[in-house]
Design a protein around this ligand. Structure first.
Ligand code: DQA
Length: 144
C-alpha cells in the first residue's frame, strides 16, 4: 500500500508557530512519527509539504496511478481551496483530511472545509496521531 501524505502552508513552521495550539514538535518530528507508524502497519509513505496551492494540486494529480490513497492536511487552504477539492475529485483516490488542532472549536471560518467534500473522513484535534489514524483508516478502505 502506497500513501501520499500532503501537508499545506505553514506546517513547515511546526515547533515555532503558535506552540500553544500546534505543540513544540517540528515538521521533521511529524515526518518521523508518520514513517515510524507506516513501518509498523506495513505501508509505504511519502511525505510532502508546500506553501503553494498549485504545487499541492500538482502533487494530487501526480498521485494518480502511483499511490493507493492520500492523507492531506491542507492547512489554511482547507478553508479556501476549491482547487484542492477539485484535484481530489479528479483523481478519485481514497483521501482522508487531517488537522492537528481541533478546527471545530476555534474561529468559525475554520469549520468550513472544501477538500473535506472529497474526503472519506476528517480527523481533527488529535495532534500527530491523527495522521497515523488516517493511514490505518486508509488501509482498511484500500483492503476492502
Ligand atoms: C490546521 C488548521 C488550519 O485551520 C490552519 O490554517 C493550519 C493548520 C491544523 O492542522 O490544525 O494551518 O490545518
Amino acid at each position: 500500500m502506497k500513501i501520499l501524505v500532503v501537508n499545506g502552508p505553514n506546517i513547515n513552521m511546526l515547533g515555532v508557530r503558535e506552540p500553544e495550539i500546534y505543540g513544540r514538535e517540528t515538521y521533521a518530528d511529524l515526518v518521523a512519527a508518520i514513517q515510524q507508524h507506516a513501518q509498523k502497519i506495513g505501508a509505504e509513505v511519502v511525505c510532502v509539504q508546500s506553501n503553494h496551492e498549485g504545487e499541492i494540486v500538482a502533487w494530487i494529480q501526480q498521485a494518480l496511478g502511483v499511490y493507493d490513497g492520500i492523507v492531506i492536511n491542507p492547512a489554511a487552504y482547507t478553508h479556501t481551496s476549491v482547487a484542492i477539492l477539485d484535484a481530489l475529485k479528479a483523481v478519485n483516490l481514497p483521501a482522508i483530511e487531517v488537522h492537528i488542532s481541533d478546527v471545530n472549536t476555534r474561529e468559525a471560518f475554520r469549520r468550513i472545509s472544501y477538500p473535506a467534500m472529497a474526503c472519506r473522513k476528517v480527523i481533527a484535534g488529535k495532534g500527530f496521531w491523527g495522521y497515523c489514524e488516517a493511514m490505518e483508516d486508509l488501509q482498511l478502505i484500500i483492503d476492502h
